[in-house]
Design a protein around this ligand. Structure first.
Ligand SMILES: Cc1ncc(COP(=O)(O)O)c(C=O)c1O
Length: 270
């Protein structure tokens, strides 16, 4: 089959991804929920995937990478976990509903929102960003590439501007993770949201959020964590802070295999 809908999902995965998921289905335990071999194996496997993602995105410490089900979950975490009523947030007309709808919900509660326009060619005007800044501007959230037009945004330019004036910078890398270089450190990205099933070539139901050291994202959900079980509060340390409940260990094992494939083959070659 000739398949040309990779922006929706990468239908054809590397053979190693199918094999990895099938293999771990036979023996993977629940990561962080036991001290027996099957549980420890799961923790090791998941940690290895964190390491590869931290390396791929230059996210620093692998513990700053938390797994989610997809970009939508990560973006909801970022929006609700960083911004609130009274804050001003800047975004663009190029965004997916997984950015816009959480922002619209917060807008109803008192968030101030600026949506930068795109021109006829689908490009934003970078000078508009500076003009949109208000005293209460807390951050900018923007996609790396539009899923509708394919246009890319110069996130390094926006990130460096955010660093200079102390704004939070959140990037939706759904369309570019695994396809183009993303360097959180150099590009001034505070929070990077990605999905596993598109350019990263992993299974559906995998994704994540990378949070720069020093930035705290309030969790969307709390609950079982496998640690500090007698504490009333959910642990605040990353990645547990953003990983309440059992992870998709089987999917993450597949994502790990996909990341190895990308690393070994090279993004340009793919
Ligand atoms: C730019 C962009 N952001 C976010 C998403 C949401 O990704 P997911 O459905 O994996 O949560 C998509 C999916 O099409 C997308 O293209």
């Amino acid at each position: 089959m000739i398949y040309l809908d990779n922006a929706a999902t990468s239908y054809q995965k590397p053979e190693a991804v199918y094999q990895a998921v099938q293999e771990v289905m036979h023996h993977m335990g629940n990561s962080g929920r036991g001290a027996h071999g099957a549980s420890l194996d799961a923790s090791r496997q998941i940690y290895s995937a964190r390491e590869l993602l931290a390396e791929l995105f230059h996210a620093g410490d692998p513990s700053r990478v938390a797994f989610t089900a997809n970009s939508t979950e990560s973006l909801n975490m970022a929006v609700f976990g960083l911004f609130g009523p009274g804050d001003h947030v800047i975004t663009t007309m190029l965004e997916h509903n997984s950015v816009l709808r959480p922002l619209y919900l917060l807008e109803e509660a008192g968030l101030e929102l600026t949506i930068l326009p795109a021109d006829q060619n689908g490009c934003i005007c970078y000078e508009d960003i500076e003009k949109a800044i208000r005293p209460n501007t807390k951050g900018i959230i923007c996609t790396h590439a539009s899923n509708l037009t394919g246009n890319m945004v110069d996130i390094g330019r926006i990130g460096r501007f955010c660093r200079k004036i102390g704004l939070l910078f959140v990037v939706d890398a759904s369309q570019t993770a695994g396809v183009f270089d993303i360097n959180m450190e150099e590009m001034g990205i505070d929070v990077l949201c990605f999905t596993g099933h598109k350019g990263l070539l992993g299974p559906q139901g995998t994704g994540g959020i990378c949070v720069r050291q020093g930035v705290a994202v309030r969790p969307l959900i709390v609950g079982g964590s496998g640690v500090h079980s007698y504490s009333k509060a959910h642990p605040e340390d990353m990645p547990t802070a953003l990983e309440a409940g059992t992870l998709n260990g089987h999917g993450i094992a597949g994502l790990y295999a996909a990341l190895r494939y990308i690393q070994e083959t090279g993004m340009e070659q793919i």
